[in-house]
Write a protein that binds this ligand. Structure first.
Ligand code: 5AD
Ligand code: SF4
Length: 474
């Protein structure tokens, strides 16, 4: 499955920055899964910094090895188990080093990890990272530590994340934690707990600080950002639309992105806010999961095909230049060929710019695992997934071809992967654009680029204008 249009969960990225030479111990961290996990690893780095642990990119140097894990599909868990075996080997001649499992697998498997994987010294769930220094001190004394307590309040609002592997241009800001949606296939409500929104003033402070430090794009993260809601006595309720405007008002040169939106929660107020602010990116990740109303009901997505189509219409009506992307699951329980066709139909209807596409993977303890048989044969799941990928490739190609001849404002993120003579950056619609460097430009600058060519994954352009005026909100 090497197709460009499919982007699986991120695989084991390691902090690659400079090793701190100051006194204290060194930790090595690998992160798997969703953006939220990567963002959490930056919170963990901050908490560990307070305890005088500093990040190292070298496993062999580490006193503490952490793996921030994902449970969303079985494959993600298998990858982590393999990595634990690797750690076991490489730390065999290093007595006193500690290994900790963080994140969703820690939450899902709890004590089982300590018992089964003899190498693991710490098991810490997503809401218990503040306890890491205490657990580490205990572990140093030879006591293995577990904290998988899920909180109704924890948002780590007061913690300034240490940006790991940052380009210095784009950053993620976690605005809420957990999920209350209970999609029947999904393990997240069990591993990340109940939904809670973070203090909006701490979000604005974090974004302002990033802007002052030269960052030019923030992505507001949550499992379901459109249900963001913050209330305190004496202060009017802050909705997601309000929050977007508050962050967008920081500076017109700061771009705002957000992810993920649940179709049932995205409001006209949010769409109007996106349309009103030039610095809120015209891009919505709006996972459909399936195009069949019958399957959507089994998935407990709470909308049907017609409702989703209306939402798509509304987005294109209020934000005409918006790009929309999706998550799609192939081969959910009882899915028929006709259901699968409905998925292909809705993809065409929505004209997605890209999609994340997966085969259904039964997760123990979820409503789907309890109620429905995982009855689509693997070969059939694979075939349907291939159909979904092939269609998405074609849709992405069409979407990108429409951009040829147009000019876009691009935020330069750094050198292109293929050549140091080219920059890469994104347009508002979240499309990766590569173009030949011109003197005087650096990452973090905006430039206007005219698109000359396109593949299904990338736009290729030339700089059109040396300066870009960024419009103020109307
Ligand atoms: N099997 C396959 N894909 C899943 N996702 C969530 N749970 C599962 C599962 N059990 C997908 C959904 C979700 C994305 C983050 O991962 O498409 O939107
Ligand atoms: Fe899982 Fe659904 Fe929540 Fe997304 S919205 S995290 S798919 S339960």
């Amino acid at each position: 499955m090497t197709d460009k249009a499919i982007v699986e969960e991120r695989q084991g990225e390691v902090f690659t920055g400079d090793k701190k030479t100051s006194s204290g111990k060194l930790f090595y961290i690998e992160s798997y899964g969703c953006q939220m996990n990567f963002s959490d690893s930056e919170i963990v780095a901050s908490i560990l910094g307070e305890a005088n642990y500093h990040p190292t990119p070298n496993l062999d140097d580490a006193d503490l090895v952490l793996i921030n894990t994902c449970s969303i599909r079985e494959k993600a868990e298998e990858t982590v188990r393999k990595r634990l075996r690797v750690f076991e080997k490489s730390l065999a001649d290093k007595p006193g080093s500690l290994v900790g499992v963080l994140g969703c697998m820690a939450e899902r498997l709890k004590n089982k990890l300590l018992e089964e994987e003899k190498l693991v010294d710490l098991v810490v769930g997503p809401d218990a990272y503040r306890d890491l220094p205490t657990l580490l001190a205990d572990a140093d004394e030879g006591n293995r530590g577990v904290n998988v307590f899920l909180s109704r309040e924890e948002t780590y609002a007061d913690i300034s994340p240490v940006r790991l592997n940052s380009s210095g241009v784009t950053a993620f800001i976690s605005i809420m934690r957990g999920c209350d949606n209970m999609c029947s296939f999904c393990v997240v409500p069990y591993t990340r707990g109940r939904e809670r929104s973070r203090d909006p003033f701490s979000i604005v402070a974090e974004a302002s600080d990033l802007f002052e430090r030269g960052y030019r794009e923030v992505t507001l993260l949550g499992q379901n950002v459109d249900s963001y809601s913050w209330t305190r006595e004496g202060i009017p309720q802050v909705s997601f639309a309000n929050l977007l405007a508050m962050v967008a008002d920081i500076h017109p040169l700061l771009r705002i992105r957000f992810s993920t939106s649940h179709p049932k929660d995205i409001t006209d107020q949010v769409l109007h806010t996106i349309a009103r602010y030039p610095n809120i990116c015209k891009y919505i990740h709006l996972p459909v999961q399936s195009g069949s109303s019958r399957v959507l009901k089994l998935m407990n997505r709470t909308y049907d095909q017609a409702w989703y189509k209306n939402k798509i219409d509304r987005i294109y009506e209020l934000v005409p230049d918006c790009a929309i992307s999706s998550d799609i699951i192939a081969g959910f329980c009882s899915e028929t060929e006709a259901d699968h066709e409905e998925t292909l139909n809705i993809m065409r209807y929505a004209r997605y710019s890209m999609s994340y596409m997966f085969m259904y993977s039964e997760r123990p303890g979820t409503p789907a695992a309890k109620k429905y048989a995982d009855d689509v044969p693997l070969e059939e799941k694979k075939r349907r997934l291939q159909g979904v990928i092939a269609l998405q490739n074609e849709l992405s190609r069409q979407h990108n071809r429409k951009d040829v001849g147009q000019s876009f404002e691009i935020l330069i993120e750094g050198d292109s992967k293929r050549s140091k003579e080219y920059f890469k950056g994104r347009n508002s619609q979240n499309k990766m654009v590569v173009f030949r460097k011109i003197p005087g430009f650096k990452p973090g600058d905006y430039t206007k680029v005219t698109i000359k060519d396109a593949t299904s994954a990338t736009l290729i352009g030339v700089v059109a204008d040396k300066t870009v005026e960024v419009a103020m909100p109307q």
